[in-house]
Design a protein around this ligand. Structure first.
Ligand code: FAD
Length: 537
């Protein structure tokens, strides 16, 4: 990391160059540099390069003007105030850990990226209140660090993502889902309070009781209404261990019946996590999401395979404390009796809670060692209404995908009543809906079916199939190309979302990489313009 002095000199040199080529005036940039007291700006080539690409690797990298490493919400607010107040508003995007797929945290060459995760010294540490069962965390904190800190007090957040190297602000801007969501709701349903820097540069505290519209609007709001600098996350006593079970099905109907039965249970006797995945070809069994089926496992997948047709794997867990190891066996037995999986297909393991939650990171390390992590990821995540999941199975899993995939395909149901309708997150209009996550990696030198263009074309065909079959899917981690598509995506929520945008980010400065609202470099109206005109396309 560069010293502050080095960074400042880089900044000054670059200002002179930028003066000629950008629309943001150099005096304005200098003002930003001078006013950020605790954090620092960087125009170091490695810094610019590191924020100009993302996990998806689908877009050509485009370097921003500068990167702000803030050390406080006030640093972020000062930058946004300057952007908002300048004659030609320039874009400012928070970047979490850069795990977007389609450049959602990118800002373009006239903008400034706020690097939320790699904050300079001084970014607030997690503050835990065990008596009140919550933790206050910086918006750029990684979930894995939140977990480690809260475990020191025997506590943990309730709702998770499968992968923990994502930031709090990044997942709360989407929803944050995993196998706990059926019971606890997504991560956005487990937040008590936020500090948000709006598109006008105001730092606003919001919660169920204070600035309520902003609070709900920011949750699932794709970074459009403000930059989350602090989140208050609800906690529960952390279990010590996890019984982790996988069972197989050859019938999609039986598989989904069992999944739906399991997510309808909310009493003491229930599983704590319900997910599942599709096995289209045997190779998938050994993909990064299912290292679980180790070669040492006595049950061979081939012994339960139904003549090369699609298999479905239900994945469930039961949390427990060491002192309850006797009762967990009985509870699991009772719960499993109600399920109709292939009897010879039970795969069980038992591990520490922390190792279960951090399971995908182990797969990441393996893939990294084989240079298979930093490859293009044409991921497609869809919420599919329960009433049409069987049609989706026939058309996609047993149809479009063929018998080759290039990564895990997750499928699990959730209960809509665990999602707060006031949030900006968008889900299908049915009480139960499924996440279908096609998490594929493209390989340059792989078979035809592993190439990027092939996989992108398959995604396009899947979306087209849903449209033609009138399956009203909603994209999760959405990516749309036109205004009409965004309006359709938000559906009933569009008018409210647009009016919140007009109120809290009237110059369309924030998270422009989502491409929902017009690019601010084109919005030449002064900040005093009325909000309704600012909101127009
Ligand atoms: P970024 O990708 O950096 O940012 C995402 C968007 O949020 C951008 O528009 C950005 O401007 C905005 N943003 C970032 N920080 C803030 C902030 N503080 N305030 C306001 N806006 C902000 N998602 C799930 O729900 N469940 C999963 O199980 C899951 N598993 C994943 C596994 C892997 C390997 C990967 C790569 C992604 C996974 N995701 C999952 C998706 C993840 O939730 C998104 O990538 C999300 O964007 C978080 O990533 P990030 O923190 O790196 O944010």
């Amino acid at each position: 990391m560069m010293s502050r002095e080095m960074t400042s000199s880089f900044l000054l040199v670059s200002f002179a160059i930028c003066q000629l080529i950008i629309s943001v005036g150099p005096s304005e940039l200098f003002r930003i540099g001078a006013i950020v007291v605790d954090g620092y700006f960087s125009v170091h080539p490695s810094d610019l390069a590191s924020v100009s690409s993302d996990f998806g690797m689908l877009k050509s990298p485009e370097e921003p003007l500068a990167v702000l490493h803030p050390s406080s919400a006030e640093d972020v607010a000062r930058l946004v105030r300057t952007a908002y107040g300048s004659a030609t508003a320039f874009p400012v995007s928070a970047r979490g850990h850069g795990h977007s797929i389609n450049g959602q945290a990118a800002v373009g060459r006239n903008g400034v990226v706020v690097e939320m995760n790699h904050g300079v010294i001084g970014t607030p540490e997690p503050l835990i209140r065990p008596d009140e069962m919550y933790v206050d965390v910086w918006g750029g904190e990684l979930w894995v660090d939140v977990l480690m800190k809260t475990l020191e007090h025997g506590l943990a957040p309730k709702s998770w993502t499968d992968y923990l190297y994502l930031t709090v602000g990044g997942t709360l801007s989407n929803a944050g889902i995993s196998g706990q969501a059926f019971h606890h709701g997504p991560q956005i349903s487990n937040v008590l309070e936020l500090d948000v820097v709006t598109g006008k540069g105001e730092v606003m505290r919001c919660s169920e009781d204070e600035n309520t519209r902003l609070f709900h609007g920011v949750l699932g709001g794709l970074g459009q209404l403000g930059i989350i600098t602090r989140a208050r996350i609800a906690l529960e006593p952390a279990p010590q261990r996890v019984r982790w079970i996988r069972v197989l099905y050859s019938s999609f109907e039986v598989f989904t019946e069992d999944q739906e039965y399991l997510i309808s249970m909310h009493g003491e006797l229930k599983f704590d996590y319900v997910e599942g995945f599709v096995i289209v070809d045997e190779g998938l069994v050994n993909n990064w999401r299912s290292s679980f089926f180790s070669p040492r496992n006595p049950v061979k997948i081939s012994s339960v395979s139904s003549n090369g047709s699609v298999l479905y794997c239900l994945e469930i867990t039961k949390n427990y404390h060491d002192s309850d190891s006797e009762t967990v066996n009985q509870e699991v037995e009772i719960l499993m009796k109600k399920l109709n999986f292939i009897p010879t297909s039970v795969f069980t393991t038992d591990l520490q809670y922390v190792d279960f939650l951090d399971r995908v990171h182990k797969a990441e390390l393996k893939l990294r060692s084989k240079n298979l992590w930093e490859v293009p990821h044409p991921w497609l995540n869809l919420f599919v209404p329960k009433s049409r999941i069987s049609d989706f199975d026939k058309g996609v899993f047993k149809g479009i995908l063929g018998n080759k995939t290039s990564g895990p395909i997750l499928i699990y149901p959730m209960n809509k009543d665990k999602w707060d309708e006031r949030s900006s997150a968008v889900t299908p209009d049915e009480e139960v809906f499924y996440l279908v996550a096609l998490l594929r990696s493209a390989l340059k030198d792989g078979e035809e079916t592993q190439k990027l263009e092939y996989l992108k074309d398959q995604n396009r065909r899947i979306l087209e199939f849903c449209e033609q079959a009138k399956i009203n899917v909603k994209q999760y981690l959405p990516h749309h190309a036109t205004q009409e598509e965004w309006v359709a995506h938000f559906g009933d929520k569009w008018d409210r979302f647009r009016s919140l945008k007009a109120e809290f980010d009237p110059r369309h400065i924030l998270a422009t990489g989502q491409r929902i609202f017009q690019n601010p470099s084109l919005s030449l109206f002064p900040p005093s313009s009325s909000s309704s005109s600012a909101a127009s396309w």
